[in-house]
Design a protein around this ligand. Structure first.
Ligand SMILES: Cc1cc2nc3c(=O)[nH]c(=O)nc-3n(C[C@H](O)[C@H](O)[C@H](O)COP(=O)(O)O)c2cc1C
Length: 201
């Protein structure tokens, strides 16, 4: 089949988010200007560059995570292991501004080294980020959409040493959870290696 998004897909559910999969989940921790803590999962998320080290998440609508980044200029991107999947999902609750999803999901907010935003103590890794840009997105017609992309530079990295084996992150230990579209999720716990080919004349 083929469809143009502007004409609709004629399927019972939008397939787009099930096509580009698996998508990593950035579990975004923020602090408001009044000091309220916030935590929410974003699967429009990725590391987009390593020099400088940049991450991105995108909000469909102007949500608390974006508002708090605009207020304080900082956020954490925490990584979700299989043992935290339920808690991650719980933090997607649409709670009023000022209610901490850390409390709601029974998670521990830990202090960061370089920024004031909270990180998830139970996460296998957390990236401390300083916002570089908050951009309201447009389509090709230039019309402003209700979508907001946040780009942040990683200024600190936490890794739970329990997932390190011989100095490398062992995916069978971190067991990252990703989003597959619809209400589907996956845990990555199998890995295979491939080496890049060398061109020989
Ligand atoms: C796995 C998962 C991924 C999500 N990804 C996004 C996303 O990329 N963008 C978005 O706007 N909402 C996403 N959501 C929904 C938000 O987490 C939800 O709207 C949340 O209440 C936003 O919280 P906030 O207002 O505190 O930022 C996702 C939810 C789940 C469970």
């Amino acid at each position: 089949m083929f469809y143009q998004p502007k004409n609709g897909h004629q399927l019972p559910h939008n397939p787009l988010k099930a096509i580009v999969t698996p998508r990593p989940i950035g579990w975004i921790g923020t602090r408001s200007k009044e000091g309220a803590l916030n935590l929410a999962p974003y699967s429009f998320f990725n590391v987009i560059c390593d020099n400088p080290p940049l991450v991105m998440f995108c909000s469909s609508g102007y949500k608390d995570s974006v508002a708090f980044v605009e207020e304080t200029g900082e956020f954490t991107a925490n990584m979700v292991g299989a043992h935290l999947a339920k808690e991650m999902n719980a933090t997607s609750v649409n709670s009023p501004r000022g209610v901490s999803e850390f409390d709601y999901a029974g998670l521990t907010p830990a202090a960061c080294e370089m920024i004031k935003a909270p990180r998830v103590a139970e996460a296998y890794a957390a990236l401390e980020c300083v916002a570089v840009e908050v951009k309201r997105l447009t389509g090709k017609d230039g019309a402003l959409a209700e979508s907001y992309m946040v780009i942040g530079e990683i200024v600190g990295v936490h890794i739970d040493e329990a997932i390190l084996v011989d100095g490398r992150i062992d995916i069978t230990k971190s067991q990252p959870v990703s989003r597959l579209g619809y209400m589907d999720f996956a845990t990555t716990d199998k890995v295979y290696e491939m080496f890049r080919p060398k061109w020989e004349e």
